[in-house]
Design a protein around this ligand. Structure first.
Ligand SMILES: [Fe+2]
Ligand SMILES: [Fe+2]
Length: 203
């Protein structure tokens, strides 16, 4: 999966180059995967797999598929289809593991994972909305090659959480619905759900 993500970066850099840009950016700092010292090894792994596969990668599948559908040039559509296939694999990894382990999770562990989900869903919304500016595609030219409409992308993000992620986690016995409600109650981003003002946070 790591190799696939590196390949995505490489292919996206090639697109920037073809479009006349210079595909050079500073590498952002990559924080270490959390070790969750307050949790036993099973809970720690589940927290990370839920956060990465069931949350982030599942959102990536929805957003990249929307971009693939609206991409103009066929070469871009093909590239996005390739990336999409990898992201589906990254998301399925987590959903399958969770489905397999779900019957053996104790009520205490389910409850603890529910507490974790409040934080993870808040983080997910904060992160995604900071990358999805609440504005239309920047220009007609950008729109023609498939640069997404930020408003539509935000709606798709919330629909993915509410119609795919939360029900999927609930089906594995995790209290995801109450966690999502709690995250909305505390998250500074919740106004964005009702089409409210853009986040103060830079996007
Ligand atoms: Fe990726
Ligand atoms: Fe991925």
């Amino acid at each position: 999966m790591v190799a696939e993500e590196w390949r995505h970066a490489d292919r996206c850099a090639a697109v920037v180059e073809v479009l006349g840009g210079e595909p050079v950016v500073a590498l952002p700092s990559l924080p270490a995967v959390p070790e969750h010292e307050d949790a036993d090894p099973l809970e720690a792994v589940l927290r990370n797999v839920i956060s990465v596969s069931c949350l982030s990668e599942t959102v990536a599948v929805a957003l990249i598929d929307a971009e693939r559908r609206s991409a103009g040039p066929p070469a871009l559509q093909r590239l996005l289809a390739e990336i999409l296939a990898d992201e589906v694999g990254h998301a399925r990894f987590g959903w399958r593991l969770l489905e397999e382990l779900a019957p053996s999770l104790s009520p205490t562990l389910r409850e603890r994972l529910g507490d974790y989900l409040v934080i993870a869903l808040d983080e997910l919304a904060t992160h995604e909305l900071s990358h999805l500016p609440a504005r239309a595609s920047p220009s007609a030219a950008a729109e023609a090659i498939g640069v997404c409409d930020g408003h539509a992308a935000r709606r798709l993000f919330f629909a993915t959480v509410q119609e795919v992620i939360v029900p999927g986690l609930q089906a594995s016995g995790l209290p995801a619905l109450s966690a999502w409600r709690a995250a909305q109650a505390t998250g500074t981003w919740a106004g964005a759900m009702r089409g409210g003002r853009p986040l103060a946070r830079a996007s």
